[in-house]
Design a protein around this ligand. Structure first.
Ligand SMILES: N[C@@H](CCC(=O)N[C@@H](CS)C(=O)NCC(=O)O)C(=O)O
Length: 206
């Protein structure tokens, strides 16, 4: 059985939960409260020395960090992983891009605006930068999705799950989603997939 260390409301944790659900992989969740600093407790650091969630413990006891590494590992050999090297190359491209050019702007803007608004006032300069850079990424995503139903090979793949995690809650970070109609249509397509569950439903089930 897989064990996923996760926190409520995290797109990085959610995408791993969603993929496991859609692949019918049994897993249990151990909730870690990031807001209480539990990721930095000695007990948690003994499990994951990187002090972050998500963290996946495999059935053989090995631990794996980095949400997109988890997605790639869990999707291997499944219908969510393309068969051709060319398409797998594109899956990797989107997932690396998500962590370098998308999540680093959308996630903190959402965090300080919707999850921890009491810290917002002292971060307005950073929020402006995250908005500028995140908007560029959403525009790039929108351009791609205006010509494609899904990110790779015009089929729902692990790349869509990886990008969905934070894109679908970007509005909570005050990104104006009306500017990205193709992204909004893709969000609806992802939400219509078999086995889809909204982020907060995983929190309630934990
Ligand atoms: N690149 C990592 C990012 C993980 C990450 O930043 N996790 C946040 C929650 S979304 C966290 O654990 N923050 C608590 C901390 O840094 O102590 C991944 O994709 O898994």
């Amino acid at each position: 059985m897989y064990t996923l260390y996760a926190t409520i409301g995290s797109g990085n944790c959610y995408k791993v939960q969603l993929l496991m659900r859609q692949l019918n992989i049994p897993f249990r969740v151990v909730m870690i409260d990031v807001l209480k600093g539990e990721t930095q407790s000695p007990e948690y650091l003994a499990i994951n020395p990187n002090g972050k969630v998500p963290y996946l413990v495999l059935p053989n006891g090995e631990g794996l960090g980095e949400s997109n590494a988890m997605l790639l590992h869990l999707a291997e050999g499944s219908h969510l992983m393309p068969q051709t090297a060319q398409e797998r190359m594109r899956v990797n491209e989107w997932l690396f891009w998500e962590q370098s050019s998308h999540e680093p702007y959308i996630s903190p803007a959402r965090f300080w605006i919707s999850i921890m608004p009491e810290g917002r006032a002292e971060r307005e300069t950073e929020i402006a930068t995250w908005h500028e850079r995140g908007a560029k990424s959403l525009k790039m995503l929108d351009d791609h999705l205006s010509k494609n139903d899904f990110l790779v090979g015009n089929r729902y793949t692990v790349a869509d799950i990886g990008l969905f995690g934070y894109t679908h809650v970007a509005g909570e970070g005050e990104f104006d989603m009306a500017k990205y109609p193709a992204v909004c249509a893709w969000i609806a397509r992802v939400e219509a997939r078999d086995g889809f569950l909204p982020m907060m439903d995983f929190a309630e089930a934990a």
